[in-house]
Design a binder for this molecule. Structure first.
Ligand SMILES: *Cc1c(COP(=O)(O)O)cnc(C)c1O
Length: 414
């Protein structure tokens, strides 16, 4: 993008954007929830559509002048339906957490019982954590991953579900690296008459690329962010069975939100269009190959990978296997120009601000065109940085090498 006017009119913000662009170009992004959008997505986000108010839905707006906005929103909806085989789509949710709030609002009353995965086992704040609205408004009971395998044990899920009889079961996670048995969740929910809610915020792009199982055709309701593996603008959407369309739409607007962000929704349409192309299938495949290579490389260097590997774009590594905690590792890697996020591990003995693990993800580096050979190089640097975490000189050297290496892998939108 060309920021000529910004440069003239607001040097302060222009400079910050330029510096952030440089940071993105010179550093390696391994945060599992991040990605780089295309130039087309960025252009749609930066368009005049941001000037419009369009409360309501296509054909039924509370403001005039929405002919073009209606078309854009309908394109987004149609492409999302095609991508995920969805009966009904609402593209207006502003982000993942507000989308989840709308889902609960559409299906539950405050105080209703809901079942979700525990946060420190890979769940999300909006799946019932006590500091989050979800944990405050609803009576959440939590299931856990198996302490030996690090995987979700469907027998355990069934046991908790039959005992607690929640009104809704939530599946789909933020720090879980394995395929999810959606069909078994559906069977269990049917046994107790619970709603099925899948939050595919992290894996939506891999599902769209047909590389992971898709819950949309048989779950009652599914939410996703659009900015993670799906590689669109920062935002979200909700997909559901036709019979729940009205209550979901009403929960989003007027229930939770006011006017939709039309520039973002147009950018969602652009991203969905990109995800429908054959190149995106190759992208999804490479994301997973890269994550599996990364897991293998860590294991070869005696790091403990939770669940011993990955089926998707991310892995959680127990850093205490190298006598370091996740936060200290995150800081050492930041000094080398490698961004990661510290993470809890299942049954973490350490506190959340200084947890035992680090979560690594490959969506962003794969967008830059990195493949297995580059992943191996990156793990070499990570291992070297962990071993030399107290040696500022070595960390600086790695940072320079990372910068030189990154030059060959341009960021589409920078
Ligand atoms: C990222 C994420 C969200 C929240 O998305 P925001 O856009 O950050 O609000 C919700 N659920 C899951 C599982 C996530 O990973």
């Amino acid at each position: 993008m060309n920021y000529e006017n910004l440069k003239k009119e607001d040097q302060a913000i222009f400079d910050i954007i330029e510096q952030e662009k440089e940071r993105q170009i010179n550093e390696i992004e391994l945060i599992a929830s991040e990605n780089y959008v295309s130039k087309s997505v960025l252009e749609a986000m930066g368009s005049v559509l941001t000037n419009k108010y369009s409360e309501g839905y296509p054909g039924h707006r509370y403001y005039g002048g929405n002919q073009m906005i209606d078309k854009a929103e309908n394109v987004a909806i149609e492409r999302a339906k095609q991508l995920f085989d969805a009966e009904h789509v609402n593209v207006q949710p502003l982000s993942g957490s507000p989308a989840n709030a709308a889902v609960y609002f559409a299906f539950l009353k405050p105080g209703d019982k809901v079942m979700g995965l525990k946060l420190d086992h890979g769940g999300h704040l909006s799946h019932g954590h006590p500091v989050n609205f979800s944990g405050m408004l609803y009576d959440f009971v939590q299931y856990e991953v198996d302490s030996k395998t690090g995987k979700i044990d469907m027998e355990e899920v069934r046991k908790v579900a039959l005992k607690e009889k929640p009104k809704m079961i939530v599946a789909g996670y933020s720090a879980y690296s394995r395929e999810i048995e959606w069909d078994k969740f559906k069977e269990i929910a049917d046994e107790i008459g619970a709603y099925t809610f899948a939050d595919i915020a992290h894996t939506a792009g891999l599902i769209a690329a047909k590389k992971m199982n898709n819950p949309v055709p048989f779950f009652d309701v599914v939410s996703t962010t659009t900015h993670k593996t799906l590689r669109g603008p920062r935002g979200a959407m909700i997909m559901c069975k036709e019979k729940f369309a009205k209550q979901v739409d009403r929960a989003v607007f007027p229930g939770m939100q006011g006017g939709p962000h039309d520039h973002i929704n147009a950018a969602k349409a652009v991203a969905f269009g990109e995800a429908l192309r054959p190149e995106f299938i190759e992208y999804g495949e490479q994301v997973i190959k890269n994550a599996q290579t990364m897991a293998d490389e860590f294991e070869a260097k005696d790091y403990r990978v939770i669940s011993n590997g990955t089926d998707n774009h991310l892995l959680v590594v127990d850093m205490t296997s190298k006598e370091i905690d996740g936060k200290t590792a995150e800081i050492a890697l930041e000094k080398c120009g490698i961004s990661v996020s510290r993470s809890t591990i299942p049954n973490d003995p350490n506190p959340p601000m200084k947890p035992s693990g680090v979560r690594f993800g490959t969506p962003a580096v794969t967008t830059r065109g990195m493949k297995e050979a580059e992943i191996k190089k990156i793990v070499e640097w990570i291992d070297k940085a962990i071993k030399n975490r107290n040696n500022e000189k070595t960390l600086k050297e790695i940072k320079n090498e990372v910068k030189e290496f990154s030059k060959d892998f341009p960021i589409p939108s920078a």
